[in-house]
Write a protein of this length. Sequence first.
Length: 537
Amino acid sequence: MIEDRLGVISDEVSDDFIEALDWIRAEGLKYVEIRTVDGVNAANLNDEQVERVRTEAAKRGLRISALASPLFKCALDPSRSVASGDRFGQAEESVEAHFAKLERVIDIARKLGTSYIRIFSFWRESNPAQYANEVADHLKKAAAVAERHGVTLLLENEGSCNGGYASEVAWFVREIGSPGLKALWDPGNEALGVYWSYPKVYNEVKDLLAHVHLKDAFIDSMGNPVCVPIGSGRVPYLRQILDLEAQGYQGLYVIETHYIPPGGSKMDGTKKSLEGLRRLLNHRTVQEERAGHLNVKVYENRRGMGAAAAEAAAAKIKELQSRKENVRIIFAAAPSQNEFLAELVQQQGIDWSRITAFHMDEYIGLPDDAPQKFSRFLTDRLFDLVHPGEVHLIRSATEIEQECRRYSELLAEAPIDVICLGIGENGHIAFNDPPVADFADERMMKPVELDAACRQQQVNDGCFPDFDAVPTHALTLTIPTMMSGAHLFCIVPGPNKRDAVSQTLHGPLAVACPASILRTHPDCTLFTDLDAYGSVQ
């Protein structure tokens, strides 16, 4: 179990070592990583302090995951201008001084019962490639010492160092080719940089790593790197952990959050990251498949489905916002979206002021204050909570053809980036029921008469008291408009959707099940639960 392989760097919890250990034990973690102890850098601990660390951790049933040393956080040549970063109480010293400490750091690690020692690749030069061979020579020498002592040096990707990115760390580890040197993969550090693109960055190091640090981050609208709780930043952590496990990774996951909430403490920040991580781990898929181009993810229940969909959609929105000023999103309004929307409003790191929001359909004939109106549904559950920069609502009480033109013009102003949709019991997407669905519709929006099965669904969902109370007509975005979105997130829970899901995935590609067209979209993911999907294989 992944829970049995979780740890945290102690001074990410508290500068008071005993307080940190007590918290780690109380949270049920199994491992502690040592970077500083009561303000003393791990590399400078004396034998008495080392023994105290060992015994206090052991008393609480904690194992030492690694010695998070500052080795080789120094300049190759002090006469050159280089980057710098946090040394955690370690003075700036020469390369020779760091090599002099190597044997002592190895001794400390072994006394603590760990064979892992975190190291770096010297402060980043203005042209790192120019000095790559020199860095490699030093690391090769250090790896030979580690190999002789039976320990492993873990080279971390850190932006302030020459091995700042996955590709650079991978080059060093491959170039040196020693069992004494492996990669320490920190996807959060990678997300703080300019080369972030998942899974490309992970693929650079996946065959070379022996240890994983966990933090989350994003780049804000001013281009500044910001650390946030796990699950709130650019790193798609659920996918990252599943990818690691599928790859056969059996090592540890150690939280290094680097996040302190406003008015809070290190402990508060680490608590938020641990909660975010555990929430992700509780939402793992129970089944995955592909139907044509359609990605399918099945979850045990609606809550897990909604949370996973929200985290995936939020990650995509944040990725888009890192390279676009404005993101245009279409939302569905239906009870099937409740869990998804509830989780989406909790996602951190989305700049809602840079989002233009639309919805995909609306009843014709309901009064403006009717609680069943889709504009009201989304306003109450989403728009009034997150305040998008622009919200365009469908005005079904106005002249119908005029409204279709107006809304179509708004949609056509720029490409649609994200669409969050559902599937109806009759397989509809938006209000494109089988009798009116057209895969080659030339309009962006149109009025439609609702199918009897669609109207009955509104009763089944508890939106109307009986069939006769359900409006007979609506406005809907057409299927080509829905398919024009660059990234689609389709959320479909509940036993009433089982036949629609089956036909979407395995039935003919035909308007008899309009949602079957989703199998042709280049980037659509269906999030569903066991009730809608049926039994898993």
